[in-house]
Write a protein that binds this ligand. Structure first.
Ligand SMILES: [Zn+2]
Length: 132
């Protein structure tokens, strides 16, 4: 009886370790991909840089434009998007979430853009083209 309990306990510990190992390897795999950084740009200037790999909890924040408009940006693990905007076209909201640097989110009326860059040489190529 006592032995079975002990075995069960060890089985649980083993299972827990296995889960932890699996979890760590998944996270490690994501990290070793390429670290992704989101840059929020307003009027051609970077106003905020967010490390998308380190988002513990999804959150939203507001960026106010000089023209009085605003965009609410939502950040989740490895993705970013605009969820609310004061602009009339709402093109930026319709674009949804982006997870890579292929297509930036642009809100023309509020002069806002969200770009994802890899933390390496691509960064200069992407931001250099847009800030000018
Ligand atoms: Zn917009």
């Amino acid at each position: 009886m006592e032995n079975t309990k002990k075995n069960l306990k060890w089985a649980c510990v083993f299972l827990l370790l296995l889960i932890i190992c699996l979890f760590v390897s998944v996270i490690h795999g994501q990290l070793s991909e390429t670290a992704k950084t989101a840059q929020i740009m307003q009027y051609g200037k970077v106003v905020q840089t967010i490390d998308l790999q380190n988002i513990k909890e999804p959150h939203e924040f507001e960026i106010t434009a000089i023209n009085g408009g605003s965009n609410i940006i939502r950040v989740e693990n490895v993705k970013i998007g605009i969820v609310h905007a004061s602009c009339p076209d709402k093109i930026c909201v319709k674009q949804g979430f982006i997870t890579n640097g292929t297509l930036p989110i642009v809100c023309l009326p509020n002069k806002l853009s969200v770009v994802i860059t890899n933390n390496n040489n691509e960064l200069d190529a992407v931001t250099g083209g847009i800030t000018k």
